[in-house]
Design a protein around this ligand. Structure first.
Ligand code: CUA
Length: 450
């Protein structure tokens, strides 16, 4: 009898929990209300079966519980009952599957007028490509992927020249326009999902997969990678901002094309050297860094990392917090380089400076540090050389006091907390792994051996 009561309470509790639960769908922001409908149908079918089957069980326990003088009757076959059960089960299963097949048919048939956008996934970031004025994406070849051509666009294809490249985790879309999203991966399996759009699709290296949707409201929505893709899987997040068509167009026009990025490769080293003069006051004539001035070494950092930091300082993504005094100083200095051209020239000049070893100032347990570094090396490289494609700068031969200061800043959120600091945000998460100063010292002591 007690069991029957427990079963009934479980049924009532499950239904109440389901109805009162705060964990429900996020508000729909796309045309895919039919996907919600199929999920609702599945909930109804499985919910009704769950309630009826369990209440029937409880009723049996009460009605047929052991009584003196009452004997159970063995009845192995009951054709009529079996026909009924088979028929009802068939209807229930068909009701759950058939609507899904209809919606899937719509999901794989993209409307003719859909605009095409490409999302490129890699461990653990997103980049996006929009067709330029010609409305066509240029040819790509994975063999062409290089620091100066991260999308691997064929320089010989005229369609690729005006492709708009977005080197940020943030993409934008115009409200109400059907979008066909093409997806590529540079390395392993990923998955592009936006919960509010109710869409998701795997991304397979060597294939171009697709999905389509039509947005129904403006807003900022998180893009999640929903395929386990390595230690950084949980930080592989992006954002899609749905704008009015005018706002979208303004944003799109402000992004650089493939041709722009090719042109940016031509640097004027003499101009770069001149522009570097104010930097040299703190960072040293050879970019060797100066601990007394809290200026880190620059020689050895890759172009993309330096450019991103300068852009972040300029926009206040880094150094925008008044508690970050050193960051604020650097913000002021970045204003001495007003144009993208100046920044490119300075970075080009810094690239010519020799990479020397910095003196070690921190000691710790190297063996323990090596263990901790196993997680870091996925992005920063087995020898701390940095991996440009990960957005991860060099650690080996850099200033250890600066690495320690930045680890602390990431851990406390002084650096990397801005919502547009994508890579910094990843480091904020990764730095939480270091539980105390000793672990940071151990880690850096190991990095000093690289
Ligand atoms: Cu990419 Cu998980």
């Amino acid at each position: 009898m007690a069991i029957a009561v427990v079963v009934i309470l479980l049924v009532v509790g499950s239904v109440v929990f389901h109805l009162a639960s705060p964990w429900w769908f996020t508000p729909l922001a796309s045309n895919w209300g039919t996907i919600d409908a199929t999920v609702d149908i599945t909930f109804w079918v499985t919910g009704i079966v769950f309630v009826l089957a369990n209440l029937f069980m409880a009723w049996c326990i009460i009605k047929y519980r052991s009584k003196k003088g009452q004997k159970a009757n063995y009845e192995p076959e009951n054709k009529k009952l079996e026909i009924w059960l088979t028929a009802i089960t068939t209807v229930g299963v068909a009701a759950m599957l058939a609507p899904g097949l209809i919606v899937w048919g719509q999901f794989v048939n993209v409307p003719e007028n859909a605009m095409v956008v490409e999302a490129v996934g890699q461990q653990w970031n997103w980049n996006y490509r929009y067709p330029g004025k010609d409305g066509e994406l240029g040819e790509v070849d994975p063999k062409l992927i290089a620091p100066e051509n991260p999308f691997g666009i064929s320089p010989d294809d005229p369609n690729g020249q005006d492709d708009v490249l977005v080197f940020s985790q943030e993409m934008r879309l115009p409200l109400g326009e059907p979008v066909k999203l093409l997806m590529r991966s540079k390395d392993v399996l990923h998955n592009f999902a936006v919960p509010q759009f109710r869409v998701k699709m795997d991304i397979v290296p060597g294939m171009v997969t697709y999905q389509w949707f039509q947005t129904t409201r403006t807003g900022r929505y998180e893009i999640l990678c929903e395929e386990l893709c390595g230690v950084g899987h949980h930080v592989m997040r992006g954002v899609v901002i749905v704008d009015t068509p005018d706002e979208y167009q303004t944003w799109l026009n402000s992004q650089s094309t493939f041709a722009d990025t090719v042109a940016a490769r031509n640097v004027d080293l003499d101009a770069g050297k001149m522009a570097y003069a104010p930097c040299a006051a703190c960072h040293g004539a050879s970019g060797e860094g100066n601990k007394l001035l809290n200026a880190p070494k620059l020689a050895g950092l890759d172009d993309r990392y330096m450019k991103r930091q300068m852009d972040n300082y300029r926009s206040g993504v880094r150094g925008g917090d008044t508690a970050d005094i050193l960051g604020m100083q650097m913000r002021a200095m970045v204003s001495t380089l007003p144009t993208a051209r100046d920044v490119n020239n300075v970075i080009g000049y810094i690239n010519t400076l020799p990479i020397t070893s910095s003196a070690a100032t921190i000691s710790g347990d190297i063996e323990r540090g090596k263990e901790i570094y196993q997680t870091c090396k996925a992005c920063h490289g087995p020898n701390g050389e940095g991996i440009w494609v990960m957005g991860a700068p060099r650690q080996a031969k850099m200033d250890d006091w600066y690495i320690l200061a930045q680890l602390k800043n990431f851990k406390s959120g002084l650096r990397g907390s801005h919502e547009d600091d994508w890579y910094g945000g990843q480091m904020v998460q990764m730095a939480q792994m270091l539980s105390n100063d000793q672990e940071m010292n151990d880690l850096i002591a190991y990095i000093n051996t690289l």
